[in-house]
Write a protein that binds this ligand. Sequence first.
Ligand code: HEM
Length: 460
Amino acid sequence: MTLVAPPPIPRAAGSVPLLGHAVQLVRDNLGFIASLRADYGPLVEITLQPGTRTLIVQDPDLIRAMLTDLGPGLDKGRFFEKMGQLLGDSVVTAAGQEHVRRRRQLQPAFARPEIARYVDLMRGATTTAVDSWAPGRQLDVREAMVELSLEMLAKTVFADSLDDATFRRLRKDLSVVMNGVGARVMLPDWVEKLPLPFNRRFTAARDAVRATIDRAVAELQESGRETGDMLSLLLRTTDEETGLPLTGHQISSEILTLAVAGTETTASVLAWTLYEFARDADVERRVLDELDTVLDGRPIAFEDLPRLPYLGRVIRETLRLHHTGWLVTRRTVTRTQLGPWSVPAGTELAYCQHALHRDPALFPDPLTFDPDRWLQEAQAEAFTPGAYLPFGAGKHKCIGDRFAVTELVTAIATIIRRVRFDLPPGRTVRPVARATVRPSTLLMTAHRRTGSTEQEQEQD
Ligand code: HEM
């Protein structure tokens, strides 16, 4: 038998000394990554940190292999290392056995009965947000959705242990930090050390966020109050190796991880869904009709979630066309076989969900928002496995997937029964990638829906 050597892995054009591909990435990171998919094959090398090889994995089979079969043997890589500078060690940055242990500690907070309990809090937070939007006035919908997502997470994670002013500050600092993490992935490490205002702002915001969460954890720990939220659940958790309770620092790192992993992502998906409704009245009408039929005027409850298949497809399609992930990384620890390629230890591997989900070879007419492409499960399964990875795959698959879908369905159902949004004519909204991919700016006018499809008796 003759072994055929795999073709050499191409290097993307345009890398320069000291900066690698930072110029292309800073100018238009999504465009650059999408161009790699169009111009190169299953694997292509780019330079993020000069001296380190970064392979962009483009083929769905190889992406799946990286996440699942090879997953347990890989480190998390550059993106998560940068996140770790903010979060400290947490489930999102850990690898190997340490990851398994941390994930097990968090898992109970995401069990089905817990999520069912959160729905009322999520709906209450959404109702309050909707009531605060002035009818007929322009609203920065992306900002409003970040605020709402943080509010939903805060209500479920810390209950009411943060006062309003602290909460607003946390929200501002978190957004500085998230943008900083996004930039630090693209730029070589030496840029972080320069005494630039951008770096100073990042450090100050990171320290402030950390201090706020540390304080909330310490206060709850001292008070011994049982608030019924995730925070008090973690305070009761013990380390399975030592039998000791988790330290305040460990808990605050995990909470911070959830705040980072679960806010911008959900917010972007909410904002894009409302954008798609403003662009296509038919899609919105079908969702409203479904809500009218299933809910018959009452507020949405956990049991309703599986009874809203069209809304489910809308969210599925938003997670395809407008995915929030632009660079998910891993790193080889030993020489690793990826398909036919043997990759040396210390190589960064990365994939981009945003580009993957828009590949015309995988999804016909990929830029069209069409919830009915998911109509038949059989048809959905006809898509190439590994082509649609909204929550990733393997051991690091999103722990908050059920929580996120619950938030998305609850919030969308509550918003659109009360409000419709107008997009100024001719306005197109671009995706931009920072730590996550989000709409550039999304200004829309909110109008109260007359003859609201949700009766106003709800008192959250
Ligand atoms: C629509 C919203 C969301 C999307 C699209 C999303 C997507 C993802 C993806 C793709 C991963 C895998 C990353 C990897 O392969 O390394 C992930 C991991 C993770 N997500 Fe989410 N996520 C969302 C919401 C949430 C929420 C609401 C939470 C928590 C409240 C959360 C917490 C996490 C955590 C802790 C991890 C790390 C899991 C691990 O490494 O074991 N996510 N998410």
